[in-house]
Design a protein around this ligand. Structure first.
Ligand code: LLP
Length: 418
């Protein structure tokens, strides 16, 4: 399955007329369908599915997923706060953060769940909340991701407590009377499903050594196919492979573990596009390239510049040119050569042309797969470009603005002139 833009050409021009470009557009129907697929993840003894909100933390999206029954994985104390402000009840928010929230006490007192990501975090939690329950993030010793930058398991990754330190976990827990009832692993984004399943087995082996664990989160990482040639994670197949493992664990350990998963990209990537306008078409001569310049860039969508990530690109011509095609490099508007929307796959320093309808200034480009880690992970305000607005296309065809374009006043509001 690849991502086909859910927007028609007419809708794209309507969005531009009403909101301008660049603009992110999310599709309610696709968001609901992916949430339903996640909530149907096969499991042996119950499921809690969390949305890794770092992928797309806009309040309207959090609320939509909350209505569907997803809980939230917050990647920082600030994300937990943001989720609560969006109306998510605290006990549906679990904090898994590299950086211990400065206000952890307050967040947990409000009801947020905490996932200790290091022995020191566990120690601090024990001091603040002795004689309570908690969850620990374990690095199971193996990782996988769509690039080294998104692999967060194995010896080269600082995420979670190294699997050989389970006895230290138990020792800290004993000292503070903590009951470690949750265990968590997340090994990377865009994970190879076989490596993911292998890690699930390793995680079960580790859970066997944590006698009070009753819920096991296997994290996210289910890869959505942004490009047509990519494989789309088959949640049903992955879940069905896990069921016998959980049943075998229950038989040997006498504990029925509740499964937790926390996808980000799977839920939102293909439910979003970024619309931008062609601002110029230039070339570098016979031996060179044809370039499409756009009014968006790494300040809106950084994945291509950061990872060499591939996003589908479609051109909607403003005049009738549908039968004419050419090969282009598509570049962003920031003043550096790394701001490229058509890098070589997996190599942000390489270039790869795309065959598109012949472009002219004023056309619209649709960058697909832009619902995850785009609006949330932009090189914000670089070159002083404002944050782009976000629009939700509802199932009845309405275009609802869910985040306004940032104004110059907002961009400058924290500056102090003495
Ligand atoms: N759980 C935890 C603890 C995480 O850190 C993440 C993502 C997820 C779940 C969700 O992973 P997903 O299902 O989205 O793969 N910026 C990168 C992805 C980095 C994700 C970081 N953590 C990208 O654009 O591909």
């Amino acid at each position: 399955m690849g991502s086909t833009p859910f927007l028609s050409k007419e809708q794209a021009f309507t969005v531009r007329e009403t909101c301008g470009t660049p603009v992110y557009v999310y599709d309610e129907g696709t968001l609901e369908a992916s949430a339903a697929a996640v909530l149907a993840f096969p499991n042996a003894f119950g499921l809690t599915a969390r949305f890794a909100m770092k992928a797309l933390p806009t309040a309207a999206i959090l609320r939509l997923f909350d209505r569907m029954g997803l809980h939230m994985d917050a990647g920082s104390g600030y994300e937990a706060e943001r989720a609560m402000r969006a109306g998510i009840v605290p006990d549906h928010i679990q904090i898994t953060s590299q950086d211990l929230p400065w206000n952890l006490k307050e967040l947990v007192e409000k009801g947020c769940l905490f996932n200790a990501c290091s022995l020191r975090q566990l120690e601090t939690y024990g001091q603040l909340f002795p004689e309570t329950e908690t969850c620990v993030r374990i690095n199971p010793g193996l990782g996988s991701g769509h690039s080294n930058r998104t692999n967060v398991g194995g010896p080269s990754s600082s995420f979670g407590i190294w699997h050989q330190y389970v006895s230290q976990v138990l020792e800290v827990a004993r000292r503070y009377g903590l009951r470690v009832t949750g265990m968590h692993t997340h090994i990377g984004s865009g994970t190879d499903p076989e490596v993911w399943l292998h890690c699930a087995q390793l995680a079960l082996d580790i859970a066997a050594r944590l006698p009070e664990v009753t819920r096991l989160s296997l994290g996210g990482g289910f890869k959505p196919a942004r490009m047509e040639y990519e494989d789309h994670a088959d949640l049903e197949a992955i879940g069905n492979r896990l069921i016998p493992e959980f049943k075998a664990f229950a038989a040997s350990q006498g504990r029925e573990l509740r499964l937790e998963i926390e996808p980000g990209a799977y839920l939102t990537a293909n439910a979003g596009v970024m619309l931008c306008s062609v601002t110029d078409v230039v070339d570098t001569g016979d031996e060179g390239f044809d370039f499409i310049k756009t009014d968006a860039g790494m300040n809106d969508i950084m994945r291509p510049a950061l990872y060499g990530a591939q996003h589908p690109i479609t051109l909607f011509p403003a005049s009738s040119r549908d039968s004419e095609h050419a090969d282009y490099l598509v570049v962003g508007h920031c003043c550096e050569s790394g701001d490229i929307l058509s890098p070589e796959p997996g190599n942000p320093e390489g270039l790869k042309t795309r065959t598109l309808t012949r472009a002219e200034a004023g056309d619209i480009l649709v960058i697909g797969g832009a619902g995850a880690y785009c609006a949330s992970m932009a090189a914000k305000n670089y070159n002083s470009f404002p944050e782009s607005p976000e629009v939700l296309l509802t199932k009845d065809g309405a275009l609802n603005l869910i985040r306004r374009r940032q104004s110059m006043e907002h961009m400058l509001e924290n500056e102090v002139l003495n």
